[in-house]
Design a protein. Structure first.
Length: 263
């Protein structure tokens, strides 16, 4: 865990960062003994570093347990970094790879007040393709990328968004809030959503959510294709796994850390 020394490194700074990373990797608060033994530092050194980090807001001391955890300043710094990332710029390589993997058009989109807004696309070279949706705004409940993001919404916020009647765009569009809730439960279990000709007849889409370093949903990534070229068995067996992998790669770029079973 401890860093390699360098003639240009300030060891105290390096040790402080080691402590922050150790606290960040732990699901629980850590004692001074935990930190000393893991990083192989002296207790005196760790005490001084923790006192400085606590004073600056990067570490918090639990007065009841005597243990330490990351402070709010670390999250403020992380959020400042995330805010400076350009979603379109960061996602372009992932969209390109997803298009190459599926040979279909790949999109990035965000939610705004219950609607999905398409920000960017990498189009397939196939002669028959879905019309680009860049700049389009439509009800999230009728799209794969929209539903993929709604599945992780707060239930009360979700009910506020969709308290009225649902606009019927195609015969396959979700009809009411109860039907939406049932489908969102399934989407949350599977990790991906399908637009089965719900937004546009003859078009099928698969979408998954993008998460940031706090686990918040910040966008969605999806693939769209003519329904005849993307049958449901293909969605389940090949397209959905590729969309999920693209979502995982892009989430990692925004700082999301997926917990393993061991953690």
């Amino acid at each position: 865990m401890k860093r390699e020394k360098s003639e240009y490194a300030v060891q105290a700074v390096s040790n402080a960062i080691d402590i922050l990373e150790l606290l960040g990797d732990s699901d629980n608060e850590l004692s001074i003994t935990d930190i000393v033994s893991t990083l192989n530092l002296t207790r005196s050194n760790v005490n001084k570093l923790l006192a400085t980090l606590e004073m600056l807001g990067y570490v918090e001391h639990n007065r009841y347990t005597g243990n330490f955890r990351l402070g709010v300043k670390t999250f403020q710094i992380s959020q400042a970094y995330i805010n400076k990332l350009n979603l379109i710029e960061i996602s372009i390589q992932v969209l390109q790879q997803l298009k190459n993997d599926t040979n279909e058009s790949a999109y990035i989109s965000v939610l705004r007040e219950g609607n999905v807004v398409y920000l960017n696309v990498v189009e397939t070279e196939q002669a028959v393709r879905v019309l680009p949706r860049i700049g389009n705004v439509g009800p999230a409940y009728a799209t794969a990328t929209g539903k993929a993001q709604l599945a992780f919404y707060d239930p009360m916020e979700l009910e506020k968004l969709y308290s009225g009647e649902f606009k019927k765009i195609t015969p396959n569009t979700i009809k009411n809030f109860d039907q939406l809730k049932d489908e969102l439960d399934e989407i949350k279990r599977n990790g991906y959503a399908v637009d089965n000709e719900e937004y546009e007849l003859g078009v099928r889409c698969v979408g998954a959510p993008i998460k940031d370093f706090m686990g918040n949903i910040i966008a969605g990534i999806s693939v769209s294709a003519p329904a005849e070229r993307m049958p449901m068995d293909s969605v389940r067996d090949s397209v959905a796994p590729m969309v999920l992998e693209a979502a995982k790669v892009l989430s990692k770029k925004f700082g999301y850390r997926e917990l393993t079973d061991e953690e």
